[in-house]
Design a protein around this ligand. Structure first.
Ligand code: PXL
Length: 253
């Protein structure tokens, strides 16, 4: 029987992020993907003049209907607007520090959280650094695990300029893992959503935590690389559609 998850995040009609990424990727990985759209936007927020209709008031009635129908899920995956987002040392537009605090409360209930270093620094109060060593990353992981989640995985970890990856900690056993790929010297919007969606799909398909993150790092890096090396690709997101067949092959290995 296939597994079913629900993902709770916005739908940006154009922009290749949040639900328009989570739905195709997790479905292609062989996992039924139910959604709760928290807002509908004309585009993601990196375009000028986007429209936004908040749908927060729909979350409780949708959940209540599902409860009545006894619809359950193997995982709950939240992203933008179910959380806060930040990068390069700053909160994304439309989020303030009070929101970041609320998000920290939400994360304390999670089995797994996957913040980047900026988000982790807002959540823990530890300083954001661009130059660091392993002990800084370990301190960050420990501080995050003290917030309550079972597993914490930091993204965007880089100890060598040409490599980037993840480092994770199991709060209960103290075990750590890490994985790095070559760094592609560019960045695109929505790649965090591609990464997290792949992790969710792989975990629900029974992969271990280190395996799931290896698959997600490789898929995200291959997709960024393809987009970077292909002339004429759009500038607002990556062409995950082209690399998706390879991910599907890998998840079914
Ligand atoms: O990729 C994260 C994301 C999700 N949703 C919206 C966004 C962004 C990033 O910019 O703007 C609306």
């Amino acid at each position: 029987m296939i597994k079913r998850i629900v993902t709770i995040q916005d739908i940006s009609c154009v922009g290749k992020c949040s639900l328009t990424v989570a739905l195709p990727i997790i479905s292609a990985m062989g996992v039924e993907t139910a959604i709760i759209p928290t807002a509908v936007l004309s585009t993601h927020t990196m375009f000028q003049g986007f429209t936004c209709k908040d749908l927060t008031d729909q979350i409780t009635p949708i959940a209540e209907h599902w409860k009545k129908e006894k619809i359950g899920f193997d995982a709950i995956y939240t992203g933008y607007l179910g959380s806060f987002m930040a990068d390069n040392g700053k909160l994304y537009p439309a989020f303030d520090e009070a929101y970041a605090k609320e998000n920290t409360r939400l994360c304390s209930k999670a089995d797994l959280i996957v913040p980047n270093l900026t988000e982790a620094s807002f959540m823990t109060g530890l300083p954001y650094k661009t130059e660091y060593d392993r002990s800084y990353i370990m301190d960050m992981l420990k501080a995050l695990s003290q917030l309550g989640p079972k597993y914490v995985v930091l993204t965007g970890v880089s100890f060598q300029p040409d490599k980037i990856g993840v480092m994770g900690l199991d709060s209960e056993t103290g075990e750590t893992f890490e994985y790095y790929t070559d760094r592609v010297p560019t960045s695109y919007h929505g790649t965090g959503d591609i990464f997290s969606s792949t992790v969710v799909g792989a975990l629900v398909r029974g992969k271990s935590l280190p395996e799931a993150f290896k698959i997600a790092c490789d898929y995200t890096k291959d997709t960024i690389e393809y987009t970077f090396n292909t002339p004429g690709t759009n500038s607002y997101g990556v062409d995950f559609e082209v690399t998706l067949p390879e991910l599907v092959r890998r998840i079914n290995e």
